[in-house]
Unconditional design. Sequence first.
Length: 377
Amino acid sequence: MHSHSPGREAQPEEASPVPRADPVVHDGAMSERFRTAASGMVLVIAVAWVLYIGKGIFVPIVFSALVVYVIDGVTRLVFKVPVVGRLLPPSLGYTVSAVVIAWALAAIASLVAGSLGNISGLAPQYAASLLNTIQDIAARLGIETTPTWETLRRDLLAQVNTQRLIGSTVISVTSIVSGLIVVLLYVTFLLMERSVFATKIANISSDPQRVANVQRLIGHVNARIGTYLALKTAVSVVQGLVSWVILALLGVEFAAFWAVLIGLLNYVPYIGSVLGVALPVAFATMQFADLNHVLLVLLALAVSQFVIGFFLDPYLMANSLNLSPFVILVSLAVWSALWGIAGAFLAVPITACIALVCAEFEATRPVAVLLSRDGRV
């Protein structure tokens, strides 16, 4: 039997001391992360500045690369034709594809030029119809003073510098023509060097593993971007055909021209759909004096954009790029600010390439995850 000594109580055992993190090491890790983040921000700003001041150089190069992707896709389709694909030599496949694309572009250019010329010839008729529409709207809104061309012309010309507008238009047209010529030259040389590109990649390093990683990355990018362009082109063709049927049935003149324009604008996310409705409706306002007919054109085009944009487009494009819709919207704003209208067309392919490249490296993989739609890269 055990007993405690009087006046002495059992003492609790002392807990072992908890090791504390070294504040010097913790602060050093925080400083290192801060320096890494600051360096990354400085690099992003520097790259954005270079892209902005060099857009006259970079935009034709990127466009030419996309044209080569399209030529590759057309070449694969040509070789799948039952008779032509078997008889056509492989060396002539790209030539045939380039000729087909050049013919399509020439046809579109001829359609646009002819339509603009006809619109200019019918300008007085459209002016009278537009004035009737404006007067009808003014009457419905209860405006006491009925607008006339004299008052409209006086108010508009007071806000517009005609000489500056004409000068900027001439400069824009000249820039587009020169840019197309540069893109054509780039595409020609890229196609000429395509046969030796695989050899260049194979000799890029003496490390076989590194070469294999580069080849896998390029193949992944080619597959994703090629699939995106093919599906987006298919959706744009469907959108153009549906719009042509609607405009032709409703009697809108130059329906083929507007259909081609709507199809091209479909490559621009979100904003392209809005412009694809607004521009034909603005023209219908000049053509038709009846405001109810204009509203019918607006409703029909808006419904077609909604159905194709919210059902067909997501169904076909769901797994093509795996980009978040919010990221697409932000990339559209960023690349439009850097490269203007060209940036709006190139925003999605460029962002997809950035996401694919970031996914290949452990340090930048979190960026690819944030850019993705579902978090899987």
